[in-house]
Ligand binder design. Structure first.
Ligand SMILES: NC(=O)c1ccc[n+]([C@@H]2O[C@H](COP(=O)([O-])OP(=O)(O)OC[C@H]3O[C@@H](n4cnc5c(N)ncnc54)[C@H](O)[C@@H]3O)[C@@H](O)[C@H]2O)c1
Length: 449
């Protein structure tokens, strides 16, 4: 956590949870959490929970002993360590579970944890396929679990203020929202390691590879398909479209109160980077949200600024534009005209010259709002909701809807299609072949409960 966000967080935590900190926590007052997947993100989420006094780490699960040892060391407790996630879920000391494994494992682990009566914080994107996500929603509802999907911007107070600003109508009608993932990875990207070759710092065994793959198809071991770099391969991830796109998609859905898009299309490819990735290095996805268009641009062979403000997202309304950065947002009002546009004519240039619209600055209030969407706020919200049984800021249904929107864009890209989407039935209505991408056959013996 940066110094700024740490201070910011401490202030907010003091205000929000004064009651829970007003007494010394005994072991029984603390939520007993088990962490499945303590790699790059799992460790960050663990650290976010460790910011709070009313939780304790009782168990860890990962394929890597060194990752578990690191997390045991930072945990200020003596957690049990498991290599099989089912054992962690069976552990009666575990009251809630955090899942931060690669995307293709989320559904199995989440559903098993719900059936075992554990509340679950699960990382985004929620699932690898739409059908998995739908099942996760059903099981969470049937088992009455408290769920939080790791789209942590939902717990950023300054972003809630952005949503309130947009919903107040000050930006007018939102016609376009855009999000960018910009990173120049040219020329070598993630490289082209040979199959069978372990990374220099970690020898991967056949059993570890098999456990990594889980429900995914058995393919020869390649280190780029594994730790961290799995997001460049489709068997384990939807690529940067779901990895980053889900954050932006969720922000737009939240701000506009929209549930699902009615159509989607995408194009792109591997245009410049020479490595063994499967996902594009350059792509553009577009969604039709019935009166608002959403665009996600993934440019991984060029890192020029997104727009004049170099923001991560922009939300364009008839009366103003909101530029969203990681720790602030800004509104720039539009200038609106009061006269219809002139019809230019070669034989009547005077008409054009005398056209004097007002170009008045709109009523949108110019604003700069700073803040933090640190994951510790999202963890705080989960801990509070586990106690109160209230719905979390990003519960399973919102996580599913935002993930689904990005997953169907991935299907449009793969099938090179413009796809019309029935958000209630969760099916494409104009392309039967595209529907087969909504699920996939798990490798035996894996089965979604
Ligand atoms: N919210 C965010 O901003 C954010 C940021 C980064 C990553 N993520 C998400 O977190 C997830 C993990 O990504 P990462 O970058 O940490 O990847 P990572 O490869 O660093 O970590 C994944 C961990 O899962 C473990 N794992 C894999 N299969 C397992 C199994 N069967 N049982 C137990 N452990 C298993 C691996 O050993 C590894 O340590 C992804 O879904 C990713 O999208 C979210």
């Amino acid at each position: 956590m940066s110094d700024f966000s740490r201070r910011d967080f401490a202030r907010a935590a003091a205000a929000v949870s004064a009651a829970s900190y007003s007494r010394i926590m005994g072991a029984n007052d603390r939520l007993q959490i088990g962490y499945i997947g303590v790699g790059n993100r799992g460790t960050q989420v663990h650290e976010a929970f460790l910011e709070h006094g009313d939780q304790v780490t009782v168990a860890l699960c990962d394929l890597r002993e060194d990752y578990m040892a690191h997390n045991a060391k930072i945990s200020r407790s003596t957690p049990k360590q498991y290599k099989d996630y089912k054992k962690l879920i069976e552990d009666r000391n575990v009251e809630a579970v955090v899942v931060a494994t690669p995307d293709h494992w989320h559904a199995l682990m989440f559903v098993d944890a719900c059936h075992a009566g554990k509340d679950v914080y699960v990382e985004k994107p929620l699932s690898l396929t739409v059908q998995e996500g739908r099942r996760m929603v059903e099981v969470a509802q049937q088992t009455k679990r408290v769920t939080q999907v790791g789209i942590h911007r939902r717990s950023g107070k300054f972003l809630k203020e952005a949503v309130d600003y947009i919903r107040s109508g000050e930006l007018g009608h939102i016609t376009v929202a855009k999000g960018w993932h910009l990173q120049n990875e040219w020329p070598v990207g993630v490289g082209t390691p040979a199959d069978g070759e372990s990374p220099a710092n970690h020898k991967v065994t056949e059993a570890e590879w098999d456990q990594w793959l889980g429900p995914a198809p058995k393919v020869p071991f390649n280190q780029n398909r594994m730790y961290y770099r799995f997001r460049w391969f489709y068997n384990y991830s939807g690529g940067q479209l779901t990895n980053f796109g889900v954050h932006y998609m969720d922000m737009l859905r939240w701000a506009l109160g929209k549930e699902t898009p009615r159509a989607v299309t995408a194009m792109g490819g591997k245009f410049a980077i020479k490595d063994n990735r499967e996902i594009p290095d350059t792509m553009e996805a577009l969604w039709d949200f019935d009166g608002t268009m959403m665009v996600f641009s993934q440019y991984n062979a060029n890192n020029a600024p997104s727009n004049a403000q170099n923001s991560e997202m922009e939300i364009r309304g008839t009366k103003g534009t909101m530029y969203l950065h990681g720790n602030r947002w800004e509104v720039v009002p539009e200038k609106n005209t009061d006269l219809p546009l002139v019809a230019r004519s070669p034989i009547d240039r005077d008409q054009e010259k005398s056209y004097r619209p007002s170009f008045k600055t709109s009523s949108a209030t110019p604003k700069v709002v700073k803040g933090s969407a640190d994951t510790a706020f999202h963890a705080r919200n989960f801990l509070d909701c586990v106690k109160s049984r209230a719905k979390c800021n990003c519960d399973i249904l919102d996580g599913h809807r935002s993930t689904t929107a990005t997953l169907i864009a991935g299907i449009a890209l793969k099938t090179r299609s413009y796809l019309e989407w029935d958000g209630k039935a969760e099916r494409f209505t104009n392309n039967a072949a595209a529907n087969k991408w909504l699920s996939y056959q798990y490798r035996a013996p894996h089965k979604l409960g």
